[in-house]
Ligand binder design. Structure first.
Ligand SMILES: CC(C)(COP(=O)(O)OP(=O)(O)OC[C@H]1O[C@@H](n2cnc3c(N)ncnc32)[C@H](O)[C@@H]1O)[C@@H](O)C(=O)NCCC(=O)NCCS
Ligand SMILES: Nc1ncnc2c1ncn2[C@@H]1O[C@H](COP(=O)(O)OP(=O)(O)OP(=O)(O)O)[C@@H](O)[C@H]1O
Length: 201
């Protein structure tokens, strides 16, 4: 089974992904792939340098992520140019990672933009949305990443609204006022519910 895991920034996708992996799922993490291809020598670096210039290249030759974030979340055209470079590369690596997994594995694709992209909806069997209020998203990302409130808001403004994401969901985990233990219990019940429908390959 292929689960598409999505949610707004700071909703708790990575935390839920880790809980699913602890139960035996195989994770394909698009944020991690995006980071890997924009490291020094990464597959995306020549195209990023050509499209955005030296301004976005860090001293080690990798992508200056904070600079790129400032640029793309203030300019929709720049965001589209970045995505046009990264998404085909990310998609190809996702396919390689999925093909390398055991045929019977439950694959979890952690995709922040799943609802925004027609392509992803067709690739997964189920959509799992991790939801949280905007206030909680803001608080978590500021605490986790040290970003300003404006920086988090700029990203949230470019993502699908919560109701659009929930409307696309086969299941929603409302990760609000939940301890990590309670979140783990939610993931358990979903894992058993969906697991009982999995056909052995
Ligand atoms: C803009 C970049 C350089 C900022 O890097 P930074 O390390 O500061 O943030 P990070 O990658 O950890 O992303 C944090 C969160 O921002 C959100 N986000 C990232 N890219 C996008 C995007 N294109 N549109 C909307 N939200 C996004 C996601 O919720 C993500 O989890 C980076 O996010 C990036 O390369 N984005 C483009 C790739 C992409 O679209 N990734 C989404 C997976 S398909
Ligand atoms: N139920 C919870 N209780 C306490 N902290 C939580 C809970 N869920 C998530 N967090 C914390 O909130 C922060 C954001 O969670 P996480 O990184 O899983 O979100 P994300 O959706 O993957 O974010 P991003 O879109 O930025 O990748 C992390 O520091 C995480 O440990």
């Amino acid at each position: 089974m292929r689960i598409g895991l999505t949610g707004g920034i700071g909703s708790g996708k990575s935390t839920v992904a880790a809980l699913l992996v602890a139960r035996g799922a195989v994770l394909v993490d698009t944020d991690a792939i995006a980071r890997a291809i924009a490291q020094p020598g990464g597959a995306a670096m020549p195209a990023l340098a050509a499209a955005f210039g030296a301004d976005v290249i860090a001293t080690d030759g990798g992508l200056d992520r904070a600079r790129m974030r400032e640029i793309v979340f203030a300019d929709t055209g720049a965001k589209r140019r970045l995505e046009a470079i990264l998404h085909p590369l990310i998609g190809a690596i996702c396919e390689q990672q999925a093909a390398a997994a055991e045929p019977t594995a439950t694959l979890v694709f952690d995709v922040p933009l799943l609802v925004e992209s027609q392509r992803w909806r067709a690739i997964v069997d189920r959509v799992l949305v991790v939801d949280a209020t905007e206030a909680t998203q803001l608080r978590r990302v500021m605490a986790r990443s040290g970003w300003s409130a404006d920086a988090v808001r700029a990203v949230m403004a470019q993502q699908a609204p919560r109701n659009a994401r929930r409307a696309a969901a086969d299941a929603v985990i409302f990760n609000e006022n939940l301890s990590l233990d309670e979140l783990s219990t939610e993931v358990d019940s979903l894992w058993h519910h969906w697991g009982s429908h999995v056909q052995p390959g």
